[in-house]
Design a protein around this ligand. Structure first.
Ligand SMILES: Cc1ncc(COP(=O)(O)O)c(C=O)c1O
Length: 422
């Protein structure tokens, strides 16, 4: 098969006419399909339904005797801290269990750093703070740093993680205060940082003493295919270099139990945890301990969480397979697109022919398929190559996904041909 760039103008025009006809027939169907956000659908959420009835009305006492219905306990009940300690791979004392969203914990951390400083340091806002952003990355991370007025610097992400030569160079600037990291099944690239990348990050010696890796391990247990990826424990590696203050870890059960009613948690060094507690003590008397108790009763321990995650994997696998099948069937070898085949997480990242991502999204939208906007995976919403698109296969039923993906491929090819014909 010849790639699209090898085709003559006549061949391109003929192929274009063929694609347009198919596109028009899909458009006439009045589709309404959504592949925009990485959220589970109702059926997948129901996997965790029993959690709502696993605690009786009179079971509200935590293991240390705390009445979970009442005020108190800033950092979370001990059994919940222990469970998240197992998930993070750190002692329970290094963990703070929060409310339903890890994103709130990340926002609060950076917002406090920005106006008040980290561990007694100067407010970042007074130092024109900059942040390293592996790209493509998570749009909501970038939204936080943009909202706080922190300048974002793109760092290319490869199969092994962020470009570490560049990171090591950039952190020599004392204004560079941190870096976003989704180290496992990255959103959207689906890659997991290699051992070497984790070791190099753990050993970083940034010019800024208050530099922090925002280690968002949202997908740490979210395997879909075997053999699944593995990730080195950054905290242990950083400790080996006496560098444990550099890392703030975050995760949640949003995609383990309920996206709207899970439990978020953070972990860090004793110094960092004490720093966060000094702010939290003003912010809240304590998060929702009844929900923490419900989660611990339901899962028991890390092994219980892992067993539960297999049910999610069984649900998600056919959806990821449907995406892979359509992309390979319709776009492979055409020189139009490259994509990943992740072993876990929630996304498939597609790099289209440069200059065609926006047009592909527009064509899809006109035919009733909503995708995350082109550029969303880059800081400030600007993908310099106009190439990367994020596909979120979890929400639609498989049959709908198959239709949406067929149309995706048609639109990507139409946009590529139009680009070449211009
Ligand atoms: C990398 C990443 N971090 C965090 C979140 C949101 O987490 P939470 O629901 O705990 O706020 C998401 C959701 O898509 C995500 O992809």
């Amino acid at each position: 098969m010849s790639t699209i760039t090898e085709m003559t103008k006549t061949e391109l025009l003929a192929r274009r006419a063929e694609l347009q006809e198919t596109y028009d027939s899909y458009k006439a169907r009045g589709l309404k399909l959504d592949m925009s956000r990485g959220k589970p659908g109702a059926e997948q959420i129901s996997i965790s339904a029993d959690m709502l009835t696993c605690v009786a009305a009179d079971e509200y006492i935590a293991e240390d005797g705390t009445d979970t219905r009442n005020y108190g306990i800033l950092c979370g009940i001990p059994e919940a801290r222990r469970l998240f300690g197992e998930i993070f791979g750190v002692p329970a004392d290094n963990v703070i269990v929060g409310g339903n969203a890890s994103l709130t914990l990340m926002y609060d951390y950076l917002s406090t750093a920005n106006w008040r400083g980290v561990c007694g340091g100067q407010p970042w806002a007074s130092q024109k703070a900059k942040f390293l952003c592996p790209v493509p990355g998570y749009d909501r991370h970038f939204a936080i740093t943009q909202f706080l007025g922190i300048e974002m610097i793109n760092v290319p992400l490869s199969e092994t993680g962020p470009d570490m030569d560049l990171v090591e160079e950039l952190v020599k600037d004392p204004a560079v205060k941190g870096m976003w990291c989704v180290p496992m099944y990255a959103n959207p690239a689906g890659i997991t940082y290699s051992d070497e990348t984790v070791r190099r990050l753990a050993a970083l010696k940034p010019a800024a003493e208050d530099f922090r890796l925002m280690w968002d391990n949202a997908y740490c247990l979210h395997h879909i295919r075997e053999p699944h990826d593995t990730l080195l424990n950054i905290y242990t590696e950083a400790e080996k270099c006496g560098n444990e203050d550099i890392v703030m870890m975050f995760t949640s059960t949003s995609k383990i139990s309920f996206p709207g009613a899970g439990v978020g948690a953070m972990a860090g060094s004793p110094k960092n945890i004490a720093d966060v507690k000094s702010r939290m003590t003003v912010q809240t008397i304590g998060y929702d301990k009844m929900n923490m108790l419900r989660h611990v009763k339901y899962f028991g321990d890390l092994a219980g969480v892992k067993a539960h995650m297999e049910k999610h994997a069984a649900f998600l696998r056919p959806r990821f397979d449907a995406v892979e099948t359509a992309l390979s069937r319709d776009l492979a070898g055409k020189g139009i697109a490259e994509w990943n085949r992740p072993n876990g997480g929630y996304f498939v990242s597609v790099n289209l022919m440069p200059g065609t991502a926006k047009e592909t999204v527009r064509l899809l939208k006109e035919a009733g398929v909503v995708l995350t906007g082109a550029g969303a995976t880059y800081p400030y919403g600007v993908d310099p190559a106009d190439s990367n698109l994020r596909i979120a296969p979890s929400y639609p039923p498989v049959e709908e996904l198959e239709v949406a993906m067929t149309l995706f491929c048609i639109c990507a090819e139409l946009a590529a041909i139009d680009k070449l014909l211009k």
